[in-house]
Design a protein around this ligand. Structure first.
Ligand code: GUN
Ligand code: FE
Length: 422
């Protein structure tokens, strides 16, 4: 692939507190990777093709580190429930439908298209307990060129009879699933025990053995509500923290460990997550819809825990990660109001960093525009009222607060433009 140049206002976050802004500049892309950013076209590239986006912004594509593809059709429904009721009344009956592959295909086709439409090119996705449907999701994401982790869900206890597996079936189906995805593609399998209350100790231990055999990581929900944290320890007597359940099962040693919500972490949870370099995924919409708690993001970042952002569709009602960036800032203010003894607020730059470079690090070199990163990028229109000029920083903030997919004017994965009608 020859070097290609893209001109625009180039914005990314090389670190949590640094917004790199190169207005009116050129980003050079060689074989799908960022080669450099230049204020004028360098001599060596004077014959290279150049696409001019004027003063539109070029930003890294987003990563969603916690989303349920299987709940896409539930968006915005049951939002007046809390977690346990929401699972029992809406989610479990709906997910049971995925045993019908034709239903699953419709849901997953729409889900994957909508992620790409909203600029999420890297995602860590929960399927359901149904292997065939989860296989379809995996291949769909592959076919679209996405980066991802996809998990077949495990549930062998405390679940309704229409959405439960025996321990043996759960482990056998999971192993078949792992066996059929051993390639070195951009989409990889991950283990997905739903959460401690619906998984027996025998199942967790069995999954730990599969983690070692197939070198894969784990994706689950951790200390997501006071109810869940209490249930986890009630179901696992002799354990002292939710994270210990996954650590003792050997689920955190062979790949990434990605924990959704992490709203009420104990010191022990944090010690275990830090030791294993785990990600805690902040899902602001879901937190306010069905969970009623706010992750102590600022404090956890100060303690050098890895933080990512997730849509948690359909606990969250919006697939757009840029909206979650804005809501993460909003929720940090609320937390500061109710718990002012500790600094809780975060900046837009910090939230953007967690949703791009930090979250992206689990997939490889995506989420930034430093040299060598994949050119996985979005072109965002100017977001200005024509008579009031804004800085690039202000335009990025405005996109996160009031933008939508119509403001995304072009999409690139590995340097290739994806043509998408919106
Ligand atoms: N805990 C267990 N299952 C779920 C789920 O589907 N969504 C959320 N947000 N939390 C869960
Ligand atoms: Fe979830």
């Amino acid at each position: 692939m020859a070097v290609k140049l893209y001109h625009g206002d180039i914005v990314y976050t090389p670190s949590a507190d640094a917004l790199a802004v190169y207005e009116n500049s050129y980003i050079a892309v060689d074989s799908g990777k960022v080669e450099g950013i230049y204020p004028v076209i360098p001599e060596k590239y004077k014959h290279a093709e150049c696409i001019d986006y004027g003063r539109q912004m070029i930003i890294p594509a987003f990563s969603d580190l916690h989303v349920h593809g299987s709940q896409y059709v539930q968006r915005g429904i049951g939002m007046d429930c809390l977690l346990s009721n929401w699972l029992n009344h809406y989610t479990f009956p709906q997910e049971a439908g995925f045993k019908d592959l034709s239903y699953a295909k419709k849901c997953y086709d729409a889900f994957v298209d909508d992620m790409i439409c909203h600029g999420t090119f890297h995602a860590n996705v929960f399927g359901t307990i149904h292997r065939e449907a989860t296989d379809y999701l995996f291949r769909k994401m592959e076919e679209k060129g996405m980066y991802g982790f996809v998990g077949k869900v495990n549930m062998d206890c405390n679940s309704p009879e229409f959405l439960i597996e025996t321990t043996e079936d759960s482990l056998r189906e999971t192993e078949i699933y792992l066996d059929s995805h051993t390639g070195s593609g951009k989409v990889k399998p991950i283990l997905a025990p739903r959460f401690a209350p619906t998984c027996s100790e025998k199942l967790m231990t069995g999954l730990g053995k599969l983690a070692a055999k197939y070198h894969c990581g784990v994706h689950t929900h951790l200390v997501e509500s006071i109810w869940e944290a209490e249930e986890a320890l009630r179901c696992f007597p002799g354990y002292h923290s939710d994270a210990e359940i996954y650590e003792r099962a050997g689920l955190m040693d062979h790949g990434p460990s990605i924990f959704a919500h992490v709203i009420f972490p104990t010191e022990e949870d944090k010690r275990i997550m830090k030791k294993h370099g785990s990600f805690s995924v902040h899902c602001p919409d879901a937190t306010t819809n069905i969970i009623a708690g706010i992750m102590p993001l600022a404090a956890m970042h100060d303690e050098e825990l890895k933080i990512a952002i997730g849509s948690d569709v359909a606990g969250g009602h919006s697939i757009a990660i840029y909206k979650q960036i804005a809501r993460a800032v909003q929720l940090s203010k609320l937390k500061e109001f109710y718990e002012p003894d500790q600094s809780q607020t975060i900046t837009l730059t910090q939230a953007f960093y967690h949703a791009t470079k930090e979250a992206g690090s689990v997939f490889g070199k995506v989420g930034s525009f430093e040299k060598g990163y994949q050119f996985n990028a979005l072109v965002i229109d100017t977001m200005e009222d024509s008579w009031v000029p804004l800085t690039a920083e202000e335009r990025l903030e405005r996109f996160c607060y009031i933008g939508d997919d119509r403001n995304i004017r072009a999409r690139f994965i590995d340097g290739k433009e994806i043509h998408f009608e919106n």
